[in-house]
Each structure stands twice: as structure tokens, then as C-alpha cells.
Ligand binder design. Structure first.
Ligand code: GLN
Length: 231
């Protein structure tokens, strides 16, 4: 663990912008969202103080590996390759990946239709993996953050974005309204977990806290607040 061992203040990495899980509240200038409030509830349960450190997603796993971060909550998918280098909590959200195109696009209806196209997605994510494995794209543009990734689609620099379903849904509702549409099925069902340095004593404590937040109804309240549906 880093110098901020459990006894002191934990350093907790999160993505700069992955709404509705984490994003900067325009009024307060502070980060908020489902992940941020879930972590705050967990920290209260385990009696930990922490500093939240928003960063590009691709810095979080290296930050955990080097012990610069004590935990990372960033809509991070639990997957075997990652579990070799960091530890994960139990899953706390079931997700998947979607294809997003401009509303006037008529020729992309599934991942295979991205053959020969330009695809925009985020660096070091499960979407980048899916595109590499299945899309046979002409060009895959990998951006460090959501804004640049979505902007590339709106500006015509890419034919499609492939990204996490709840974040695509949030973008559709807000910025992309009327300009974009989702096509095809939900790909790669996946669970998000909280990441820790290998061997961290926090894993068991956080899993116990997650369980008690589920039992008490607090998890459900947060879920409904941020996603508008029952877990
Ligand atoms: N769920 C995706 C992954 O873990 C994307 C996470 C993110 O961009 N914050 O690869």
C-alpha cells in the first residue's frame, strides 16, 4: 500500500468523466455520481477517510499497481486479465457495451458492420477490446476521455462510438439528443468492481460494506437516484 495506509486517508482514483457514475457537478465543481456516492457510503461503513482523485481511466490500474492509489472506483469492468494485476471487490453494477452512430446512419446495425469504418472509443477499456476483437474497423481512434470520444462521432471524425451502455444512455439523454442513435444488441455483459492493489486488506472490508449497504436499502436508494430504475 501507499504511504496513505488504511489508518490514514485513502487515495481513491476515479474517472474524470463517466456519467452518471462520476462527473464534475457544474454548480459545485465537485465530482459526484453513483460511484462517488457509493464509495462515500462504503467509506462511512468501514470508517475510512479518503481523497477522491479524478484521472484519465487508463491511469487507474497503473496507479493501483504502483500503490499510488488505495482504491479505484470508475465503472471498471471485472475481467480476468485485470484480476491478474489488481484485486476487485464483488461486482456492484451489471453493464454491457453498445454501438452509437449518428441518427442519419443507415448501414451500421451490428458490430460486424463496423468493418472498414472508423470507430471512436476510450483507451484501455473493454470497448477497445471488443472493437479490436470483432469490428475489423479501418481505423480505431482511442481517446483518454469521454468528451473527446463522443465529440469525434458528432463532428464526423468517426462513424461510430462503442462504449458502456449506461454512459451511452446518459449521453443520448443529454448532449447527443436527436443527433445520435443506438444500434444492435447489448454486447459483452460485464460487471463493474472496485479495484485495489493486489493483496489489499480493503477488499474484504469493502465487500462486507457493499453487502450491508445492499441489506439496508442504501444501495437501492442510490441506484434509483442515479439510474431511475430498480437494481
Ligand atoms: N467499463 C469500461 C472498462 O472497465 C470503461 C470504464 C471507464 O471508461 N471508466 O474498461
Amino acid at each position: 500500500m501507499s504511504s496513505t495506509a488504511f489508518a490514514g486517508k485513502l487515495v481513491v482514483g476515479t474517472d474524470t468523466n463517466f456519467p452518471p457514475f462520476e462527473f464534475k457537478d457544474p454548480d459545485s465543481g465537485k465530482h459526484t455520481g453513483f460511484d462517488v456516492e457509493l464509495w462515500d457510503a462504503i467509506a462511512k461503513e468501514i470508517g475510512a477517510e479518503y481523497d477522491l482523485q479524478p484521472m484519465d481511466f487508463n491511469g487507474i490500474i497503473p496507479g493501483l499497481q504502483t500503490g499510488q492509489l488505495d482504491a479505484g472506483i470508475a465503472g471498471m469492468t471485472i475481467k480476468p486479465e485485470r484480476a491478474e494485476v489488481i484485486d476487485f471487490s464483488d461486482g456492484y453494477y451489471n453493464s454491457g457495451l453498445l454501438i452509437l452512430v449518428r441518427s442519419d446512419n443507415e448501414d451500421v446495425n451490428k458490430i460486424e458492420d463496423l468493418a472498414g469504418k472508423v470507430v471512436s472509443t476510450k483507451l484501455a477499456t473493454t470497448s477497445a477490446d471488443l472493437v479490436k476483437e470483432r469490428a475489423n474497423a479501418k481505423d480505431v481512434k482511442l481517446f483518454p476521455n469521454n468528451d473527446a470520444m463522443f465529440m469525434e462521432l458528432l463532428s464526423g471524425g468517426a462513424d461510430a462510438v462503442v462504449f458502456d451502455s449506461p454512459v451511452v444512455a446518459d449521453f443520448m439523454r443529454k448532449a447527443g439528443k436527436g443527433q445520435v442513435k443506438v444500434v444492435g444488441p447489448l454486447y459483452h455483459g460485464q460487471a463493474y468492481g472496485i479495484g485495489f492493489p493486489k493483496g489489499s486488506p480493503l477488499v474484504a472490508k469493502v465487500n462486507a460494506a457493499l453487502k450491508s449497504l445492499k441489506d439496508s436499502g442504501k444501495y437501492r436508494d442510490l441506484y434509483i437516484k442515479w439510474f431511475g430504475t430498480e437494481p
